[in-house]
Design a binder for this molecule. Structure first.
Ligand SMILES: [Zn+2]
Length: 102
């Protein structure tokens, strides 16, 4: 199952290379370092807020995943820089990835 299929079901997975164990982002079927096959890791992972902006209970934040790559996510409460979060909601809407953290 592909990263996007999972995301479409609301499950966020980390694409990791079977061979060199590097995270492959943007998600791809093959590793961009060694061309190894990529599997999807559904386990717990580290997510941290790098920066945020917004007002009126709609905040956008830049979230760093496993110290490797960054995604843009929404959060309903005012976040703090450096705060650890979890991805509470995710999916694909009109062709775009969306993420919500809490
Ligand atoms: Zn690799």
């Amino acid at each position: 199952m592909s990263f996007e299929n999972k995301l479409n079901e609301g499950i966020f997975c980390i694409p990791k290379c079977d061979k060199c164990k590097k995270i492959v982002w943007p998600a791809s079927e093959f590793c961009n370092h060694c061309f190894g096959e990529v599997s999807l890791d559904e386990g717990n992972f580290e997510a941290k807020i790098i920066e945020f902006s917004g007002k009126n209970e709609q905040y956008f934040c830049l979230v760093e995943i496993e110290k490797t790559f960054r995604i843009i996510a929404t959060i309903s409460k005012i976040p703090e820089v450096g705060q650890s979060v979890i991805i509470s909601k995710c999916g694909i809407s009109q062709g775009n990835y969306f993420f919500e953290v809490s």
